[in-house]
Design a protein around this ligand. Structure first.
Ligand code: HEM
Length: 365
């Protein structure tokens, strides 16, 4: 793969995204199976749900985005290895954790190269996030149970997204004051250190971990440039809404973990984990999808107002699921989870609608 945007390179990038999309479908069905909603081939993959999501979907997407950003052919090794791990997991082949671990180490190397090129708080935070991912994945490859590595995987998402928002919020005129940038770095460090405890066989210091991720969410609510772009129209408003709603879930999830802990399984585990992984991560993905796809796959993903329906269903579904978790109401959590999964299908439909609309306006009768 070359770093440029030749037809072959774009085809490979799109192929990798296709692997991520196919893995997402199986990972979603697997997640529903974990809640007793047995659809299609999901039950067969129920116990692979977490690694499928983290490695097989998001490590591919994030590593691909980083490889395009650094524009070096060797950087594509990271998403290619993550895709290899995804295919191995989908095929039920043993040893998928090894290419997964190698992918995350390659991502650390890419982020190191980015830090050397541009030493800044946000590049360092991204590097730290990828180190958390690599540490968690190496522990998983060595046989640690998924629940023990999940905080490190969560730290990866929180730090990567926070770094991205710190970078974007520092570009405009109303950039956050220096103390605020320092506060974000301190909260991110606390999050990463706390997430490392279970890897060293210590209990997760839930108050520190939850408090730190809630602080990152509060930072975004106070300083993210989305607070201003929410006043605009069309795609910028949609993106800002996705970012601010995601930040609200990060605060809520962090507060829940700080208060009630993150047990290895059960409704509280589900609630704390998915407030962050669905509420924050998927909301950010909805918000950034048009930008990421344009940059990575050169595929325009035009805005369509029906994207709002998908965003609303995602968040309402998650609220129901977490209410069901806290009230120990299985039906409520199942219906909420089905709604969150349906939100992804609605988002895909909205993007098709956007492309059709653009096609029509590009070829008026
Ligand atoms: C609608 C979407 C989703 C559903 C229905 C779902 C469902 C579940 C369920 C039921 C569990 C077990 C929780 C427990 O301990 O009781 C779980 C665990 C987990 N989920 Fe999800 N999930 C979804 C989305 C996601 C996303 C987007 C991610 C990653 C970004 C993710 C990552 C994980 C991880 C890492 C675990 C821990 C795995 C384990 O303990 O084996 N999930 N999920």
């Amino acid at each position: 793969v070359t770093a440029g945007g030749g037809a072959a390179t774009i085809a490979i990038r799109r192929g990798l995204l296709l692997v991520a999309a196919a893995t997402m479908v199986t990972a979603l069905l697997a997640g529903l199976a974990r809640l007793g909603v047995l659809v299609g081939w999901g039950p067969r993959f129920a116990f692979a749900h977490g690694p499928l999501m983290v490695i097989g979907v998001f490590t591919i997407v994030i590593a691909l985005e980083r490889a395009v950003a650094i524009a070096r052919g060797w950087a594509f090794v990271a998403p290619a290895l993550a895709a290899t791990a995804a295919v191995a997991m989908l095929a039920g082949a043993p040893g998928a954790a090894w290419p997964a671990g190698a992918a995350t180490v390659a991502l650390v190397a890419v982020n190191l190269a980015i830090v050397r090129r541009q030493p800044a708080s946000f590049t360092l935070l991204m590097l730290l996030g990828s180190v958390a991912l690599a540490a968690g994945t190496a522990a998983w490859a060595h046989g640690e149970p998924v629940f023990a590595v999940t905080p490190a995987w969560m730290a990866f998402f929180v730090l990567t997204i926070a770094a991205e928002r710190l970078e974007l919020s520092g570009l405009g005129l109303a950039r956050p004051p220096r103390w605020a940038a320092t506060a974000l770095v301190v909260a991110s460090l606390a999050c990463a250190l706390a997430a490392a405890a279970p890897l060293a066989r210590h209990p997760l210091p839930a108050r520190i971990f939850g408090g730190a991720i809630a602080a990152v969410g509060l930072w975004q609510l106070a300083f993210d440039v989305a607070r201003r772009t929410i006043r605009r129209h069309g795609l910028p408003r949609f993106t800002a809404a996705g970012i601010l709603l995601g930040a609200l879930w990060l605060v809520a999830g962090g507060a829940l973990i700080a208060r009630r802990g993150l047990p290895p399984a059960g409704p509280l585990h589900d609630a704390g984990l998915h407030a962050v992984l669905v509420g924050y991560v998927l909301s950010m993905i909805f918000a950034h999808a048009p930008i990421i796809l344009q940059a990575v796959a050169r595929a325009a993903l035009p805005y369509h107002p029906t994207m709002w329906i998908a965003l609303a269903v995602l968040h309402v579904g998650l609220a129901l699921r977490i209410a069901g978790d806290l009230a120990l109401d299985d039906h409520l959590r199942q219906h909420g989870a089905i709604a969150s999964a349906a939100a992804l299908a609605l988002f895909a439909a909205a993007t098709v609608a956007g492309r059709l609309r653009r096609g029509k306006s590009a070829h008026p009768r």
